[in-house]
Write a protein that binds this ligand. Structure first.
Ligand SMILES: Nc1nc2c(c(=O)[nH]1)N[C@H]1C(S)=C(S)[C@@H](COP(=O)(O)OP(=O)(O)OC[C@H]3O[C@@H](n4cnc5c(N)ncnc54)[C@H](O)[C@@H]3O)O[C@H]1N2
Ligand code: MOO
Length: 510
């Protein structure tokens, strides 16, 4: 077999200016030259940390017949100028994650900092490409791992269409450093853990499966190579692995999780009062420890009502019979319903109630008071339905100072409710109203939030006032009910001046 032609690319801003600074490139050449006749150095280059320069060099070499293996050194770390993986990865036609794993696991044995290395490996055509770190020490460790098991020769043989027999034969002759194991008797998984394993035997297990008694480490299947299979029609193990090679050196305990390593008996996994969120973690934790049921607070059922003559229910469109004005679509109920259901609350839809028909069309005092009475009835029956079916009521519109703003009077006079506040000093949201209505049976009272009709105000006040109340009703702990407070910097352009200010401090024109 002809020698493996290799090319070494040093990626370093510094070495591209001063070749003397390159120590890892020559180190790679030296290591391969020491391998004797098996390797031939056919190209060598230094480029700065520049994606297109790296890519040009690698692609040119990958096209050359005399280059089987391209080794880069440098630019694989976390530094902002480290771009080698970004340059090489898009060029790879087939990635070799096993080699990446080998490089990382090798380096990690020497330093935890190796976790910040980002090697890539794979093939372009029939050329193998491997990216090594820039440090000479790491280069030596990685090269030893790649050459130690005859891996690279094997890989290149296969990439070039060979069957890898030569390498297998040589490995077989070797001193036994490369482990090769017989499957003493592959067992069905269910009996594995009860069968003491013979020394040197390997068993196949699935991720999460119990270790066979006597085994102390697990090698990933991609770090093994199947050598032969059991061929025996009469055997229940017909077609199972008979003999495999292990391609990585792994310490005892690798990929093994001992019982209790995540949760020990007696550990507290969830505390009373903790919130079970829809992101799933808490439910997963409960299931993980086998807890089928826990006692929780019931989420409040929320009734929503829109008020206003001009408000048209999108689901029940009808022509507006008033003064020729077509009215406006109800925005508040759909947006509140979406917000509530998104948070997992059950919603009772109380629809839209009129507050009063147009005074221009119905100008007589008689008609006016008659329609007003109808509007009050509509409010009363909708609110009553809400009280009967929900734990909390949300209304929008009719909260400010107009003669048709019926909510506060209806709550006080028809339901003997108490308005706790009817104005707040925020904008949007000034007329936000909070009241309670006593339950007829005398058992407590139900909260009512009458939010402003303006859709932006309704939604803002929903999040600021209603969401914390819903959380309290749903049993959330005191410290978690409020929305998080964040410090923001406001920036906008006003009359050509850029204006910026800290939300908590006085603002300034800049
Ligand atoms: N004399 C005063 N007038 C107003 C004051 C005030 O302090 N003194 N406050 C203003 C503020 S601030 C707001 S906000 C509004 C709130 O009024 P209401 O809660 O009574 O709401 P409406 O008058 O019914 O509607 C306001 C606006 O929003 C539209 N609207 C109402 N409901 C809906 C809905 N479901 N979907 C889409 N749009 C809706 C409505 O057509 C109005 O245009 O009062 C100021 N006035
Ligand atoms: O203060 Mo209002 O709710 O216009 O926005």
């Amino acid at each position: 077999m002809s020698p493996i032609g290799f090319a070494v690319l040093t990626v370093s801003d510094q070495a591209s200016l001063d070749a003397e600074a390159d120590r890892s490139g020559p180190a790679i050449e030296k290591i391969l030259q020491e391998q004797g006749q098996n390797f031939a150095s056919n190209a060598r280059l230094i480029v700065p940390d520049n994606v297109s320069k790296i890519q040009n060099a690698v692609l040119n070499w990958a096209r050359q017949d005399d280059i089987d293996w391209i080794i880069t050194t440098g630019g694989t770390g976390f530094g902002v100028r480290d771009l080698t993986p970004e340059a090489i990865k898009p060029l790879l036609e087939r990635e070799a994650s096993g080699l990446v794993h080998l490089l990382l696991s090798t380096s990690l044995k020497h330093t935890p900092l190796a976790a910040l290395s980002r090697p890539v490996a794979g093939t372009i055509g029939n050329t193998l490409v491997v990216t090594l770190p820039g440090s000479v020490k790491a280069v030596k460790e990685n090269m030893q791992a790649l050459l130690g098991a005859g891996l690279v020769e094997h890989a290149i043989d296969l990439v070039k269409g060979g069957k890898g027999q030569r390498v297998h034969a040589e490995l077989a002759k070797s001193s036994g450093e490369t482990p090769r194991h017989e499957h003493a008797a592959p067992k069905p998984r269910s009996t594995l853990s009860h069968d003491p394993s013979a020394p040197g035997a390997v068993y196949r297990i699935n991720t999460g499966g119990p270790l066979p008694v006597g085994a102390d480490t697990v090698i990933m299947v991609e770090d093994t190579h199947l050598v032969s299979t059991i061929i025996d029609e009469a055997s229940p193990f017909n077609g199972e692995e008979k003999e495999i090679e292990t391609l990585a050196q792994i310490p005892a305990g690798e990929n093994v999780r001992s019982a209790g390593s995540d949760v020990r008996k007696g550990d507290l996994v969830l505390q009373k009062g903790e919130i079970i969120r829809s992101s799933g973690g808490e439910v997963g934790t409960l299931a993980f420890v086998g807890r089928k049921e826990v006692e929780v607070y019931k989420k409040p059922v929320v009734a929503i009502l829109s008020t206003g003559n001009e408000i048209i229910d999108l689901q029940v469109p009808k022509p507006h019979s008033g003064d020729g004005w077509g009215g406006i679509f109800d925005t508040n109920r759909p947006s509140l319903q979406a917000a509530l259901e998104g948070m997992g609350y059950e919603v009772v839809d109380l629809g839209v109630v009129p507050d009063e028909l147009s005074l221009i069309t119905y100008a007589t005092n008689f008609m006016h008071s008659h329609l007003r009475a109808n509007s009050i009835d509509a409010h009363v029956s909708a609110i009553q339905r809400g009280l009967d079916t929900a734990h909390i009521l949300l209304t929008t519109g009719g909260t400010s100072m107009g003669p048709t703003d019926l909510l506060k009077p209806v709550i006080e006079r028809h339901f003997s409710g108490t308005v706790h506040f009817g104005r707040v000093t925020i904008k949007p949201g000034k007329p936000t109203t909070f009241a309670t209505i006593p339950a007829p049976s005398g058992g407590g009272s139900k909260p009512v939030f009458a939010l402003p009709g303006n859709p932006a105000s309704a939604l803002v006040t929903f999040h600021i006032f209603v969401v914390p109340a819903l959380r309290r009703l749903g049993g959330w702990p005191e410290e978690s009910v409020q929305l998080p407070r964040v410090r923001v910097q406001v920036r906008f352009i006003f009359c050509g001046l850029s204006y910026s200010g800290d939300a908590d401090q006085s603002s300034s024109v800049v």
